[in-house]
Design a protein around this ligand. Structure first.
Ligand SMILES: [Fe+2]
Length: 163
């Protein structure tokens, strides 16, 4: 009985744990991408200079606080599926499609970098949705679709800012 429970995919009880393997793989990529983006947002928050300082400084804080919560959602979803999320900086950097950056950016370049990273995040999110739907995991599908909607809206806002 206990063994059966351990092998069940908790998020989708009619599935075996291994059915979620591909989905957990793409969730780990999204988790890693988001973790790199989180640190980039803080980097830019700390190091922005110039006339737009207050606006950019504040907005980037809003974004990294939101990112921290979404990262937590993704990692805990992996736990719900019965797996362990990548949890180290080394692991994130190895798995992420998005790369780190230095702090030598103008405010506009920082926002452009955020837009580029948010577009890359959406690609990782769409892969998760694809894998979630393949195993009828509507919970993960719903969670990540909400992230897509939020991220698309932020891209629009940041694009309007740098126009
Ligand atoms: Fe701060």
């Amino acid at each position: 009985m206990t063994l059966q429970k351990a092998e069940t995919n908790l998020a989708n009880p009619e599935l075996k744990k291994e059915d979620a393997l591909e989905l957990v793989g793409s969730l780990n990529v999204l988790l890693s991408d988001y973790s790199v983006v989180y640190q980039k947002l803080r980097n830019f928050h700390w190091n922005v200079v110039g006339g737009d300082f207050y606006d950019v400084h504040e907005k980037l804080e809003e974004e990294y606080l939101a990112a921290a919560e979404l990262i937590d959602e993704i990692a805990e979803r992996i736990r719900v599926m019965g797996y362990k999320p990548i949890s180290t900086m080394k692991g994130f950097l190895e798995k992420a499609n998005i790369s780190e950056t230095d702090d030598d950016h103008t405010a506009d370049q920082m926002i452009q970098a955020v837009i580029k990273d948010y577009k890359a995040l959406i690609l990782s999110m769409k892969t998760v949705v694809k894998h979630a739907l393949a195993i009828n995991d509507y919970g993960t599908d719903h969670m990540v679709r909400e992230m897509i909607i939020r991220t698309e809206k932020k891209i629009w806002m940041f694009q309007s800012f740098v126009k």
